[in-house]
Design a protein. Structure first.
Length: 284
């Protein structure tokens, strides 16, 4: 990947930009609008939101206003949203999608995800719940109102319940950061052609204080955040960094004029868990 707008081909032929701008916890309407607007102006073409984030309306407004300036066409901006875990099941998922489309104010989404799996800790029939939800996702996909469908926070055993379908997830968006690579899930996804995206790619900021990462930032004359995001990209993972600060939004996108050595990649891989959440979706 050489530029912010380079794309990766998904398993259904749709292409997705290699870096995303995340919007989790940006609930203030003005902040949500302005941060997405800044990201688009800087050059991001991949915006990630969700019903649970309560900012779909502002995200859609910022995208539509940016398009209205003539700076980009709708087909050049990749937009993701998600159905929340309280809305799992066939009928609820279909209704949740309609609400999202009404909120976001776009004609279509590029990617729609199941935000969290049904899990054994809360649902004795969790596999069937996930299957019924996936049936609704396939129906939405076949309607042409989304370009691709996928999941978020699905571990290998959750994914296996969906692999029997003719259409399997195009994406699994999971937590990945130094000390929490989730290698088993990443390996399973990559073996089956499912692209992995990384939420909380900077470990909620905790990773920025790790001594090894600080040393590597000095070695490469980069920010610690840039080292981490580059590490994720070199694992063929799409990071979703989030910020409301335009300078940090820009800095997080400047990843394409350097490369981490194989030895440095391995050192980051070997970082032990050190305080990031690393929780299991089955217990969330």
């Amino acid at each position: 990947m050489n530029t912010l707008t380079d794309r990766i081909r998904l398993n259904n032929g749709t292409s997705i930009p290699c870096l995303a701008f995340g919007t989790y916890k940006i609930k203030d309407p003005a902040e949500a609008y302005n941060s997405v607007k800044s990201a688009l102006e800087i050059g991001y073409r991949h915006i990630d939101t969700a019903a649970f984030y309560e900012n779909e309306k502002q995200v859609g407004q910022a995208i539509n206003d940016f398009i209205a300036t003539g700076a980009a066409k709708r087909e050049n901006i990749f937009v993701t949203s998600k159905v929340w875990k309280s809305e799992l099941g066939y009928e609820k998922t279909l209704a949740a999608f309609e609400k999202t489309m009404s909120e976001i104010g776009l004609d279509y989404l590029d990617l729609y995800l199941i935000h969290w799996p049904a899990s054994y800790a809360f649902d004795d029939d969790w596999e069937n719940t996930n299957r019924e939800t996936w049936k609704a996702m396939i129906e939405i996909y076949k309607s042409g109102r989304v370009k691709a469908i996928g999941v978020s926070n699905f571990l290998t055993h959750h994914l296996k319940a969906l692999m029997e379908f003719d259409i399997i997830p195009a994406v699994d968006q999971i937590e990945i950061n130094p000390g929490f690579l989730q290698k088993d899930t990443v390996d399973f996804c990559q073996e089956h052609g499912i692209l992995v995206e990384a939420w909380s790619p900077l470990g909620r900021g905790k990773s920025l204080e790790h001594p090894l990462l600080k040393d590597l930032a000095e070695k490469y004359d980069r920010t610690v955040a840039q080292i981490i995001l580059r590490w994720e990209m070199q694992h063929d993972v799409v990071p979703l960094p989030k910020s409301v600060n335009p300078e940090r939004i820009r800095s997080n996108s400047e990843l394409f004029d350097f490369e981490l050595s194989e030895d440095d990649m391995e050192m980051i891989d070997e970082i032990e868990p050190y305080g990031n959440s690393g929780h299991s979706p089955d217990q969330a």
